[in-house]
Design a protein around this ligand. Structure first.
Ligand SMILES: *[C@@H]1O[C@H](CO)[C@@H](O)[C@H](O)[C@H]1NC(C)=O
Ligand SMILES: *[C@@H]1O[C@H](CO)[C@@H](O)[C@H](O)[C@H]1NC(C)=O
Length: 160
């Protein structure tokens, strides 16, 4: 009985810790991580506006300068150094994943993602980039997810 109680307690604690992740606050729309083979990944979970021609653009800004990494907006070219070592795949149910091969950030960097003219940014501190495996184990493949979605809704409800 006690074991059951403490297990329940842990589930609650986990749930509370994970609320910000699951409830998709501003920050979690864009996530970055480092893959085992040293590729750098930027996930952008922006939902395209309906009735628009979907396009995407990934860039980063350092100081005043915006550096285009990958886009399929016609007429915009990425920086030469990102022209042949990046690719973008679509995520389900929506969103885009940018992969930069053999890349890691060498200073604090702001990543910008645009989908159908909606723009989000994420400030990434040097040395704060986590391995992708840590993130996917954390989020996916966990039965907690089903349990936590109601918590997320509850939190939203309380916020109103
Ligand atoms: C850009 O990619 C989106 C999603 O794959 C696609 O729907 C759209 O047609 C592409 N735009 C161009 C100009 O290729
Ligand atoms: C990176 O950002 C952090 C947090 O804003 C800051 O404390 C640190 O000084 C920055 N590092 C560099 C090299 O600018």
């Amino acid at each position: 009985m006690n074991t059951f109680k403490s297990l329940f307690g842990w589930i609650l604690v986990l749930g509370v810790l994970m609320i910000p992740v699951l409830c998709q606050d501003e920050e979690s729309i864009i996530t970055v991580c480092q893959e085992e083979d040293n590729d750098f990944r930027v996930d952008c979970l922006l939902e395209p506006k309906p009735n628009y021609h979907t396009d995407y653009e990934f860039s980063m800004s350092k100081g005043q300068k915006e550096i285009i990494i990958n886009t399929n907006i016609s007429g915009i070219m990425p920086e030469p150094r990102f022209r042949h070592n990046t690719f973008v795949t679509e995520l389900e149910p929506y969103g885009f994943r940018l992969t930069i091969m053999s890349f890691t950030i060498s200073e604090n960097t702001t990543f910008i993602c645009k989908v159908t003219k909606i723009q989000k940014t994420l400030f990434v501190e040097l040395d704060s980039v986590e391995p992708c495996s840590a993130i996917s184990v954390f989020l996916l493949g966990s039965p907690w997810l089903n349990l936590l979605v109601p918590l997320c809704i509850l939190q939203l409800w309380e916020a109103i």
